[in-house]
Design a protein around this ligand. Structure first.
Ligand SMILES: [Zn+2]
Length: 445
């Protein structure tokens, strides 16, 4: 028998302790947090290692041994957090205070609560001594908020044997969303790729007092303006289809039919423009159905009376699963026309994991067991990038699964990186149980 009250109280204490260890990235300085976790794991009989990727950048890895009949499952979290503007918070962002049923602090949701839940899962596995067919690997890493080079990226490059697994569970997912008064859970199965490119226009140099038609600044400005107004072509993806179909089914009726219509290439734009009212939702759905491009940096000229011979813009391009740099550039060229040069700055491929797997089914079942009113557990795509990109590079498919319940007014994705980040104790209690049960269920089979 597991005494859940005791386990949950323990997970909360560990969460508070983790929030009180400042790991703002930059500089990160995750080592004290990694050492804290190593101490807790060692006290329970584990043999954790703290691996330093750079001075102060700590990563901790521990392993629960199964029989080895099936490959390992990796529980991955990151220890670093984004900065907090202390004066804009109602509570100390690094105080880890427990007030009115919430644990407050930077990282409460992104993602120290998940570290605490994954830790509790490890502690429980050791205490229960359950025979599993798979190893369960715990890895709490540095640097996710700055690209993961000193965290999971470092482990993949330098200690791949320590984290090799059939699947990884990490952010984002397992949180509820209110859709037309019904509760669904979203679990990340895909994320968009990154195509940051420099776009350059060339022209004839000249004196500003004698304008001419071959001005690089004007050519670039025209291209930027076109991109700003353009909609790149519609693309269908498995993840977004699964997500929208599921949401439409939950909504039902006319609203469901309308929502489903955004998957129809000919109706999609019209519905997004006319039928969905919340502009934030419109932008999100648009980003899930198209490659996108945001011009973000402009550079040209150095003197008011000199027409420069070149002008450049940096473009933040994001591409859907199935797309790559070339297909993205072809779409951009179709908008801006000929005569511009493109040079990649940073390219990271999109990530997509099939959601029709035994692990996803176990996640869905685990959520429904503890929340029978939930109407659906759906795959989700995020528009930004997470450590899943590194895992994909290592061939480890991953799901966003850090189960938590939140009150209806709290939107998980809006709360992270915001002021007053906090996690409800009840929601965490739910997550601790669901995560443990899913891990046991999946690893015993
Ligand atoms: Zn995160």
């Amino acid at each position: 028998m597991i005494s859940w009250d005791v386990e949950i109280a323990e997970a909360i204490r560990h969460l508070q302790a983790l929030i009180r260890i400042p790991t703002v990235n930059p500089p990160g300085n995750e080592k004290p947090a990694a050492e804290y976790l190593a101490d807790v794991l060692a006290a329970e009989g584990y043999d954790p290692v703290v691996l330093e990727s750079a001075p102060g950048r700590g990563n901790v890895v521990a392993r629960y041994r199964g029989s080895g009949e099936a490959p390992p499952l990796l529980l991955l979290s990151h220890l670093d957090v984004v900065p907090a503007e202390r004066e804009k918070w109602e509570r100390d962002p690094f105080g880890g205070e427990l007030v009115d049923g919430y644990v407050w602090g930077r990282g409460a949701l992104d993602m120290k609560f998940a570290t605490a839940m994954q830790l509790e899962t490890m502690l429980l596995l050791a205490r229960q001594g359950l025979p599993l067919k798979r190893d369960v690997i715990f890895a709490a890493t540095a640097d996710e908020e700055a690209g993961g080079r000193y965290g999971i990226g470092y482990l993949i490059d330098h200690h791949p044997e320590k984290i090799r697994a059939e699947y990884a569970l990490t952010e984002f997912g397992g949180f509820p969303l209110n859709v037309g008064g019904k509760r669904i859970y979203l679990c990340q199965t895909a994320e968009k790729g990154i195509c940051w490119v420099r776009m350059r226009a060339r022209g004839a140099p000249g004196h500003g007092s004698v304008p001419h038609q071959d001005n690089a600044v004007v050519k670039l400005a025209e291209a930027v303006a076109k991109l700003g107004r353009a909609t790149l072509p519609f693309h269908h993806t498995d993840t977004v289809a699964g997500m929208v179909e599921g949401m439409a089914a939950a909504l039902g009726g006319l609203r469901g039919t309308v929502l489903r219509g955004i998957l129809n290439p000919t109706l999609s734009s019209l519905i997004l423009r006319r039928a969905i009212r919340d502009p934030q939702q419109v932008r999100y759905f648009h980003a899930l159905l198209h490659n996108t491009v945001s011009p973000t940096v402009l550079r040209a000229g150095s003197k008011t009376n000199v027409i420069p011979s070149e002008a450049e813009a940096e473009l933040d391009g994001r591409i859907l699963p199935g797309q790559d740099l070339n297909s993205f550039l072809a779409e951009v060229r179709a908008v801006v026309g000929d005569g511009l040069e493109f040079e990649p700055i940073l390219v990271a491929p999109p990530v997509a994991t099939d959601h029709r797997t035994p692990l996803f089914a176990a996640m869905a079942e685990g959520l429904r067991r503890r929340d029978p009113e939930a109407v659906a557990v759906l795959p989700m795509m995020v528009t930004g990038g997470t450590d899943a990109k590194h895992l994909a590079r290592a061939g480890i498919p991953c799901y966003g699964f850090t189960p938590v319940q939140l009150p209806p007014e709290m939107n998980f994705m809006q709360m992270i990186h915001g002021h007053n980040e906090r996690v409800p104790v009840d929601g965490l209690a739910f997550g601790v149980r669901v995560l443990y049960e899913v891990v046991v269920e999946f690893c015993q089979k």
